[in-house]
Write a protein that binds this ligand. Structure first.
Ligand SMILES: CC(C)(COP(=O)(O)OP(=O)(O)OC[C@H]1O[C@@H](n2cnc3c(N)ncnc32)[C@H](O)[C@@H]1OP(=O)(O)O)[C@@H](O)C(=O)NCCC(=O)NCCS
Length: 169
């Protein structure tokens, strides 16, 4: 289905402490450092530039986006939050987020995801999903605070994935 069924998601979101805005090429180094924290293979900055271009292209066809999160006071990039097709669909996308370790534990993910939830409502969507590794207690807590409920569990090569959902608005 084309994005025309829904309004395009707003790409500039502001909360009390955070700004979410579109990707810039200058985010590549920080995005690279964020992915490096996962402790697996670190992608090159060049690879990340391509990934950013791919995210922007995907957004043109889906009308939904992952957005970099910047702290308003410090002006620094602390991670991303947004909507993706992921394991779901463009009609009922997934909410996704990831923060630098140094930025975790301050309520930023909940604050950013709350703004993304409002942005999803603004597109006219009626349901969101989230898929979370069964071990990921902090992520479950974020989703619980946002009113998501557990729906079912699927099994993948690297473990159990819990599917949570929230009806909108
Ligand atoms: C998941 C993630 C985005 C959360 O970011 P955050 O800004 O720290 O989240 P918040 O501060 O908004 O909320 C986290 C909640 O989890 C709780 N929490 C954190 N660690 C916990 C633990 N080990 N056990 C129980 N609760 C925990 C916090 O206390 C907080 O709940 P509270 O407000 O009731 O106190 C961050 O941990 C992250 O980037 N993880 C790596 C990437 C990832 O897993 N992304 C999600 C994939 S589905």
């Amino acid at each position: 289905m084309s994005k025309s069924t829904y309004e395009t998601m707003p790409f500039h979101l502001e909360t009390e402490r955070l700004i979410l805005r579109p990707w810039a090429e200058s985010d590549a180094a920080a995005f690279c450092a964020l992915l490096a924290e996962r402790g697996k293979e670190t992608p090159t900055v060049e690879r990340i530039r391509t990934a950013i271009a791919e995210l922007l292209t995907a957004t043109e066809s889906t009308g939904i986006a992952l957005l970099p999160i910047q702290r308003r006071a410090e002006g620094d990039f602390i991670g991303y939050c947004g909507l993706i097709i992921g394991r779901s669909s463009v009609e009922e996308p997934e909410i996704a987020y990831e923060l630098f370790q140094r930025a975790q534990g301050h309520g930023y993910a909940t604050e950013a995801a709350g703004a993304v939830l409002d942005a999803a409502v603004a597109t006219g969507r009626k349901r969101l999903w989230a898929t979370v590794g069964a071990w990921n207690t902090p992520s479950f807590r974020v989703l619980e605070k946002l009113g998501f409920e557990r729906d079912h569990v699927s099994t993948e090569d690297n473990g159990e994935v819990v599917w949570l959902t929230r009806s909108l608005p």
